[in-house]
Design a protein around this ligand. Structure first.
Ligand SMILES: *Cc1c(COP(=O)(O)O)cnc(C)c1O
Length: 405
């Protein structure tokens, strides 16, 4: 076999590729340009149009568009009434925002360990974290695969907790046939460029609950209402509004909303291609000694946002960093998702001990995210597979292949 590029072989990919990338076509560009020539750059007709489309895609009753996935999580926590002294259970293997939204409200994120095969939060670990101060659970559909929703929902029901899903990875995923976004009290999506659909920056919260919906609307826009029924001192003055709670400016622009609507029109194509690539990777890697593939649960019809390669460090002689560098030399720029959130210095200073979630920590040492995006060609998929095989063979603890340079 040919040597890995890091030891002088030819790179598997002729030009650099990264783990994720947006796909923008002329229709998207036209949709944004049309808004720029219109009367409204923000608070215009694109926002309700996007929200309506989001409801159609997710099967939710209400959708609230905001300017990031983080803002979506923050207003969900505000609507949930999270405040000082409250605890919210989430996964350690996620982006910091899943916990930060709780911290913004003065609450305390509590980290429940993961299932080492699916990498999603373990319902038994969630249950073990519950105290009289627990107010909500924020499970993360990591990589796009649905969490063990029924088990978590049952725990929430039993202890009277709100269920807020972090679905930043999971647009297009279904759980037992139902789209993510139609389940749970609130579901938060992100449209950052590496996610399945993008608006540059952006996010959406979906809910089926009218009361939560009203609270989400207030939190998005300074706590301001023009609805007389919500006012303390309603008047007939046409300019009159009231600020009835403390909110933020988390509004999405109409350019972004038009872009996201246009992207949603391509969702089924995006979903189809991502599934195809995942299938090819899974088939190729199941026979590669040195890598472990993420277990798929039958309840989840998954649209994968990330493809995680777990290294079997028992059979490889390298560590994750060496593998990562070897992939980079092949022109394949991976990433690691994620450093356990409580390892981050801000959370370390709050006193979360290292060793808190051993399964998450073990996983973190072994994973890297390899390229997965709509425009990845079949040829590039084959190049990634070839690179992984080459590096695994080279670093195998009992080599049975000879390498040429
Ligand atoms: C991307 C992401 C977020 C935050 O979304 P932004 O749009 O970047 O603010 C939250 N949670 C997870 C799991 C994410 O991947």
């Amino acid at each position: 076999m040919e040597k890995p590029a890091i030891f002088g072989g030819t790179p598997a990919c002729p030009s650099p590729i990264s783990y994720g990338k947006q796909y923008i076509d002329e229709t998207d560009i036209q949709a944004v340009a049309d808004v720029m020539r219109s009367d409204f750059l923000t608070c215009g007709p694109q926002i309700p149009a996007l929200e309506k489309k989001f409801c159609e895609v997710t099967g939710a009753k209400y959708a609230v568009a905001v300017n990031s996935g983080t803002a979506a999580l923050h207003i969900a926590c505000i609507a949930a009434g999270i405040g000082p002294g409250d605890e919210v259970v989430t996964s350690p293997i996620t982006f910091a925002a899943s916990a930060n939204c709780v911290s913004y409200c003065g609450g305390k994120p509590v980290f429940a360990d993961i299932n080492p095969e699916t990498y999603n939060i373990d319902p038994a670990a969630v249950k073990a974290c519950i105290t009289p101060r627990t107010k909500a659970v924020i499970p993360v559909h990591y990589t796009g695969q649905a969490v063990a929703y029924d088990e978590i929902a049952e725990i929430c029901q039993k202890y009277g907790l709100l269920l807020i899903q972090d679905a930043a990875h999971a647009i297009g995923t279904r759980y037992k046939g139902k789209p993510i976004g139609s389940l749970a009290d609130m579901t938060c999506f992100s449209s950052h460029p590496v996610k399945t659909v993008t608006s540059g920056e952006g996010g959406v919260v979906t809910t089926n609950d009218e009361t939560l919906y009203q609270k989400l609307l207030l939190a998005r826009n300074h706590g301001i209402t023009r609805d007389k029924s919500q006012m303390e001192h309603p008047t007939d003055d046409p300019w009159y509004y009231e600020m009835i709670s403390l909110g933020y400016n988390y509004r999405l622009t109409d350019m972004q909303a038009a872009l996201l609507s246009s992207q949603l029109d391509k969702l089924s194509a995006f979903v189809g291609r991502r599934k195809e690539i995942v299938k090819r990777y899974n088939e190729a890697f199941k026979n590669v000694d040195g890598v472990i593939i993420q277990k798929e649960i039958p309840e989840s019809d998954t649209t994968r946002h990330l493809y995680i390669l777990q290294l079997d460090l028992d059979v490889l002689t390298c560590n994750r960093r060496q593998f990562f560098d070897a992939m980079a030399a092949e022109n394949i720029h991976c990433q690691v998702h994620y450093i356990p959130v409580y390892h981050l210095p801000y959370y370390q200073k709050q006193g979360y001990p290292i060793g808190l979630c051993p399964k998450a920590e073990r996983l973190y040492e072994r994973i890297l995210s390899i390229p997965l995006y709509y425009s990845l060609t079949d040829e590039q998929v084959a190049e990634v597979i070839f690179a992984v095989k080459k590096i695994c063979a080279y670093y195998h603890s009992t080599p049975n292949i000879s390498f040429q340079s």
